[in-house]
Ligand binder design. Sequence first.
Ligand SMILES: [Zn+2]
Length: 134
Amino acid sequence: MSKPRSTLLGWFFAPPPRRSRVHPERDLAAEKRQRAELKAAIGPLLALWEPRMGVKAAFWGVKRMRTRWGTCNPSARRIWLSLALASRPPEALEYVVVHELVHLLEPSHNARFKALMSQFLPDWKARKSLLAMP
Ligand SMILES: [Zn+2]
């Protein structure tokens, strides 16, 4: 939570964003806020979809990922979701959540996986395409 800038002086002398020593381009306060917002959105999605699909993740979390929107370890029932989802539409976030939960039923991206996706989320392909938008 950033301090409210109630006065012009307060605004003028507001400190610059706190940045990572290792990755100077990273705004840590913004990242913390995005992480909190994303987690607040994911919780209700899991609460909705887990009973609907008859699955339950043992653990889920949000982290920075370079190449993926999410990962699932089906044997550990552990799901990680990318922090980058904070900048995607809610429909796309829901797609990734359902995708990772389907991995609890089918670990690989085979025909059964796609059939399950279509069963639970018939418009999953359109939602997936929202991930690629700038
Ligand atoms: Zn997958």
